[in-house]
Write a protein that binds this ligand. Structure first.
Ligand SMILES: [Zn+2]
Length: 326
C-alpha cells in the first residue's frame, strides 16, 4: 500500500457533461460522497476548450483545469486562488501549484519524475491509441495508457468495462503514489442511446453515479479526486447542437475536487454494494463543512508532506542552463 504521506491523484473527466445536466441528474451515490467530504454540490466552472482535445491538452499538458475566477468562487475552482497543477514553462517557470511538478514536457511526465505511477484510461475516440492522431497520450504522457473500442461513446455500458480494467490495473502491488486519469464517454452523444436533451444526458450521469462507488473504492488512500467535464453540449440553443463550437452551454461545466481517505472506505464499500444510505457514515453535519475541509487539508495538505514536493517557490531548475534557480 502507499505511504500515507504521499497524495494519490485521480482526474476523472465526464465527457461533454453540461453543468445544468449535472444539476438535473439524481445522483444518490455522489450526493452521499459529497456530504462525506464536506461539499454541497457541483461547482460551475468554465472549460478551457470547446472540445475534448483542447480541454484535455490544457489539463494534462499544462495542468490548467476548468476555472471560474470570480471572487465568490474558492480555489481550486478559481485559478486566481489555487492551481492544483501547473506545468513549469520556459517563460513562466515558477510554480505555486498545490501539487508542484518539476520541469517536464507536461504535468503527467512531471508526476512520473516525482516517482508517481501514471495510469490513463481513455473513453472517447480522442484517446484511441491505435492511431497517431489520438495515440499521443500513451507515447508522450502516460507510462501506462489503455483504450478499447468498447470504452467509447457507442457502447452504453463502456464505463463498466473501464472500471473492470481499472480494477485489474490497480490491484497490482505498487509502492509508488498514483496519478490516475479516466475519461468517461457515457455522457457523450449519443447519451447511451437516450434522448438528446438535458434529461437524456442527466440519465447518463445517473448511470455513471451508479458505478462511481466501485471506481472510487479502487483508488489508494489518501486520494485527491477531481471530477470535471471537459466541455458541454448545445442542445438546440441558438440553433446549435453538440460541441466544438463556442456557446455558454458548451463552456459551462461541472467540477468537484475532494480528498478521500480511509475514513471513507466504509461508505464507498456500502455504496458499491448498492446500499443507498440513510445512515450516517462519516457524513459531515450541516454547518461543519468548513471544519471537515480543514481536517482533510490539515492532514493531507502541503504542510503535511514534509518537503516531499520541495519548497514551493524554489522547486524548479533553470530549464535554459540547467542551474538551480533562486
Ligand atoms: Zn469531450
Amino acid at each position: 500500500m502507499n505511504d500515507s504521506r504521499q497524495m494519490n491523484i485521480a482526474l476523472i473527466t465526464l465527457d461533454s457533461l453540461r453543468y445544468d445536466s449535472a444539476l438535473e441528474a439524481k445522483t444518490p451515490n455522489l450526493n452521499a460522497i459529497f456530504t462525506s467530504v464536506g461539499i454541497e454540490n457541483w461547482v460551475k466552472v468554465g472549460s478551457q476548450g470547446t472540445h475534448t482535445l483542447a480541454s484535455h491538452i490544457s489539463m494534462l499538458h499544462a495542468g490548467i483545469l476548468p476555472s471560474w475566477n470570480t471572487d465568490d468562487v474558492p480555489g481550486p475552482y478559481n485559478r486566481k486562488k489555487e492551481n492544483l497543477f501547473k506545468a513549469q514553462l520556459p517563460w513562466d517557470r515558477k510554480t505555486d501549484a498545490t501539487y508542484p511538478t518539476p520541469p517536464a514536457s507536461n504535468i503527467v511526465i512531471g508526476f512520473k519524475e516525482l516517482g508517481y505511477r501514471t495510469v490513463g484510461i481513455g473513453g472517447v475516440h480522442w484517446f484511441d491509441n491505435r492511431f497517431v492522431t489520438s495515440g499521443f497520450w500513451e507515447k508522450n504522457y502516460f507510462e501506462e495508457f489503455h483504450w478499447e473500442e468498447r470504452f467509447a461513446e457507442e457502447e452504453p455500458d463502456g464505463l463498466e468495462y473501464q472500471i473492470d480494467l481499472a480494477q485489474n490495473l490497480l490491484k497490482e502491488e505498487d509502492d509508488r503514489p498514483l496519478f490516475f486519469f479516466l475519461n468517461i464517454s457515457s455522457t457523450h452523444i449519443p447519451y447511451r442511446n437516450g434522448p438528446r436533451n438535458i434529461q437524456g444526458q442527466a440519465a447518463c450521469l445517473e448511470y455513471v453515479d451508479s458505478h462511481l462507488p466501485r471506481l472510487l473504492s479502487l483508488l489508494p488512500n489518501p486520494c485527491h479526486v477531481i471530477i470535471v467535464s471537459d466541455h458541454g453540449d448545445c442542445m438546440g440553443e441558438d440553433g446549435l447542437w453538440g460541441h466544438a463550437v463556442y456557446h455558454p452551454k458548451v463552456m459551462e461545466v461541472p467540477m468537484v475536487s475532494f480528498i478521500l481517505d480511509s475514513n471513507h472506505n466504509e461508505l464507498l464499500e456500502k455504496l458499491a454494494k448498492g446500499q443507498i444510505l440513510n445512515e450516517k457514515i462519516h457524513q459531515v453535519p450541516k454547518g461543519k463543512v468548513t471544519r471537515e475541509l480543514k481536517r482533510l487539508w490539515g492532514k493531507y495538505g502541503p504542510d503535511s508532506w514534509g518537503g516531499r514536493f520541495g519548497e514551493k517557490k524554489s522547486h524548479y531548475t533553470n530549464t535554459l542552463d540547467g542551474s538551480e534557480d533562486e
